[in-house]
Design a protein around this ligand. Structure first.
Ligand code: CAO
Length: 261
């Protein structure tokens, strides 16, 4: 088949397929475009990720208390010029857990001889941007308040929407989170971004029936989390303990207060 080679679209290509050409035309030529730089970068990092033996672990998190807490704090944050979503809580909780489980904030060298433990918690956030999937990083989350994480995330989202995220914001990640649930989906199978060794994917928060301590059915806000970890350096027990701690922080967000600096 002969393909008509089109120039790259000025706004680059999102993952939306082009409209179907008329059948007769489709038989003769298939429109093609050169892969743009973000496709090439994704192809490179995802191909490298294939070399990593992925360990998967999923759990459910009851976010009912966090939903109520965020509703309470949203106006305050707005007063500081910040849009407060759930992500800053997810990101800060992850950082508190990374402090306890530093192996998840590490990298393994190519020859598998050395593990580097990173001091900074530079948490990458998978972002659906004008240029497609990008993963800007919130740097040094261990030093930031939840409000500061939210402000930084707002800044990255604005740049992402404008197609203006630069190398400084897109590099240096040490651990990643992907909130696919803001679009939909309950479980995911996230792919580790080398040289990182772990990533979490967050599903859609759903209102579901659950039992309270007295056995009564209650409305609960439930979210699934799916972790992938590099099984060469992280075992299932470690991943599970990290996940339990992260889940507990988000189920009882006031518990995070004790650990905030
Ligand atoms: N379930 C249900 N609702 C959710 C949600 C979830 N998991 N996560 C966010 N929401 C809601 C938010 O509460 C917000 O509503 P409010 O008006 O009540 O605040 C709304 O969805 C929009 O949130 P947002 O997307 O602007 O902000 P965020 O901080 O939650 O997420 C970001 C930011 C960048 C993670 C998100 O915009 C995004 O791009 N997600 C897609 C990630 C992705 O593509 N992953 C796949 C990677 S592999 O290809």
């Amino acid at each position: 088949q002969t393909g008509a080679i089109l120039p790259p679209s000025p706004f680059q290509e999102r993952q939306t397929p082009p409209p179907d050409p008329p059948l007769a035309a489709a038989a003769e030529s298939v429109p093609r475009r050169p892969a743009v730089s973000f496709h090439k970068a994704m192809a490179k990092s995802m191909t490298a990720a294939l070399a990593i033996p992925h360990l998967g672990l999923c759990d459910q998190v009851d976010l009912s208390r966090l939903v109520a807490l965020r509703a309470e704090l949203k106006a305050d944050a707005r007063g500081h010029g910040v849009n407060l979503s759930y992500m800053p809580f997810f990101i800060k909780a992850a950082s508190l857990c990374l402090a306890r489980f530093p192996i998840l904030n590490a990298s393994l060298d190519q020859s598998c001889q050395n593990i580097t433990y990173k001091v900074s918690h530079n948490i990458g956030v998978a972002m659906d941007t004008a240029l497609g999937l990008l993963v800007p990083t919130v740097k040094n989350v261990q030093l930031l308040s939840i409000l500061e994480v939210a402000r930084e995330l707002n800044r990255l989202q604005e740049l992402g929407a404008a197609g203006q995220l630069g190398t400084a914001d897109l590099s240096g990640g040490t651990f990643s989170l992907s909130n696919i649930g803001s679009i939909g989906g309950t479980y995911a199978k996230p792919v580790i971004l080398p040289p990182e060794v772990a990533i979490g994917a967050l599903g859609k928060i759903q209102v579901l029936p659950r039992f309270d301590a007295s056995g009564h059915v209650i409305r609960a806000h439930v979210m699934n989390v799916s972790w992938s970890a590099d099984h060469r350096v992280i075992d299932g027990a470690t991943m599970c303990r990290f996940s339990n701690m992260w889940r507990d922080f988000l189920q009882n967000p006031s518990g995070m207060l004790l650990h905030l600096k």
